[in-house]
Design a protein around this ligand. Sequence first.
Ligand code: ADP
Ligand code: MG
Length: 240
Amino acid sequence: MIKVSNLTKNFGKLTVLKSINESIKKGEVVVVIGPSGSGKSTFLRCLNLLEEPTSGEINFEGTSITDKSVNINLHREKMGMVFQQFNLFPHMTVLENITIAPIKVKGICKEEAEKTSHRLLKRIGLSDKAQSYPNKLSGGQKQRIAIARALAMSPDVLLFDEPTSALDPEMVGEVLDVMKELASEGMTMVVVTHEMGFAREVASRVLFMDDGQIVEQNTPSQLFSHPQHPRTQDFLSKVL
Ligand code: ADP
Ligand code: MG
């Protein structure tokens, strides 16, 4: 579904991604781990074209999205993203947050968009919050709404950048539960997280990034029990 070839990203003189090669298949849940500053967010942001790759190619569903002629908005419809800080629109109700992109970007009628929205809210257990504003919600509720908002566009892939890192500990579980359910339904997901329990339980593969490179990758059981690279061993000894 996604093929990344020699992806390099520079910020000025700093090379943040160093010729990354990676393929992600439909239905895979790929968890990306690694120290702060290793390039995890930049990698996700390049996949979604929130950052422009300096060189290399990203092919998504047979289209080279690094080609200058690509329709970035159409690409983002198919690749949803969930951020650490939720990024809900504060002046809109939950329902408006979820329906705005389907209505404005996809041209879906309001009635249809609201029907989908209510179905998604029911699924994440927040049907009673449709008319609430984000500032009346807990962090865990906000993040579940952000996931529903991404799902409302019917994406083929969802990218998550540390979706539980801004949450109080007691709210992490409810967000991970929604993500686990999506995974079990076959959603293709790329997840940057420090939740090693989630990685162990849900990931098809775990990628360890360090210093702008994917240093090592394996199934979670192999990577966590038998890390091969000294940098992976060192990182895991600190977080496990
Ligand atoms: P991670 O998500 O693994 O913590 P990031 O991808 O956020 O890492 O950052 C990787 C490196 O790129 C860091 O050194 C960071 O300071 C740098 N960086 C990220 N975004 C920018 C930017 N917009 N401009 C300049 N440097 C950046
Ligand atoms: Mg990051």
